[in-house]
Design a binder for this molecule. Structure first.
Ligand code: 6AU
Length: 272
């Protein structure tokens, strides 16, 4: 089963170039940490990325929350990813018909497909959302994650919905490389199909070492609970790292180092 293989070995389980690059980067940097930098000022965004980048395999953005966005920011983001060897995941959570998501993914002011290696989508519209996004992303070698589960209290993405999300992904392995989920999804909802050797990446948000949640329904588990107990591949950490003061760069750097160590220790424990 994939979660007992090393990240490096698992790059051979995928044909999608972004999936391979993610796994090779994790192996090279010895990091299964993605930092979610949910700040609204582009200067804070760039400063935090520059500080945490040595400890991450991936930076997750919400590019539409940036107040002072202009396209030169994208060039600066790309400079940082080359300097520090990590990938970008734009957490856009597409959820519309194929034609609309293709336009949202390729166009507008953000031109997400031109710079984000990875993005995500809600499976709620059915397979057409994958077809729409793949029409833009596949020729560029991009990857897609489906939201099979959510970290929030009362999430509707459970049971049959989660299983159907996995079946949708299974039919589009060239583009859908994994899930936003709280547990492993290989073989879920297989119903007689041969899924031996199946490998999906599992990226898990809702990670915190101190807090158990926030006042708006977010729920946190530790890196060890996610990676060792639930078989997650990448931990996504936001406020646990950047806290409440985006200018406190030294604290942010120390926290990134700490979450990286916790995530990697849980992975080594899982392999052993
Ligand atoms: O660590 P936090 O709580 O500060 O931030 C978690 C980040 C946020 C959410 O938009 C995102 O992870 N997220 C997602 C994603 C990544 O798709 C899904 C989910 O179920 N829960 C969640 O928090 O940027």
């Amino acid at each position: 089963p994939p979660h007992t293989q090393s990240y490096g070995e698992r790059s051979l389980n995928f044909t999608n170039p972004t999936a391979k690059l993610i796994l090779e980067t994790m192996e090279r940097k010895k990091s299964n940490l993605a930092v979610s930098v949910d700040v609204t000022d582009k200067h804070d965004l760039l400063a935090i990325i520059d500080a945490v980048a040595p400890y991450v395999c991936m930076i997750k953005t919400h590019i539409d929350i940036i107040e002072n966005f202009d396209f030169s920011l994208i060039e600066q983001l790309q400079h940082l990813s080359h300097k520090h060897d990590f990938l970008y995941f734009e957490d856009r959570k597409f959820a519309d018909i194929g034609n609309t998501v293709a336009l949202q993914y390729s166009g507008g002011v953000h031109k997400i497909a031109s710079w984000a290696h990875l993005t995500n989508a809600h499976p709620v519209p059915g397979p057409s959302i994958i077809m729409g996004l793949a029409s833009v992303g596949l020729p560029l070698g991009r990857g897609l994650l489906l939201l099979a589960e959510m970290s929030t209290k009362g999430s509707l993405a459970v049971g049959e919905y989660t299983e159907e999300a996995v079946r949708m992904a299974r039919r589009h392995r060239d583009f859908v490389i994994g899930f936003i989920a709280q547990t492993r999804m290989d073989g879920v909802g297989a119903a007689g199909d041969d899924v031996s050797g199946e490998d999906f990446l599992v990226l898990t948000p809702g990670i915190g070492l101190e807090s158990k949640g926030d006042s708006m329904g977010q729920q946190y588990r530790t890196p060890r609970e996610a990676v060792y107990e639930s078989g997650s591949d990448i931990i996504i950490v936001g406020r646990g790292i950047y806290g409440t003061d985006p200018k406190a760069i030294d604290t942010i750097t120390r926290q990134a180092e700490r979450y990286m160590a916790a995530g990697w220790a849980a992975y080594l424990e899982r392999l052993a």
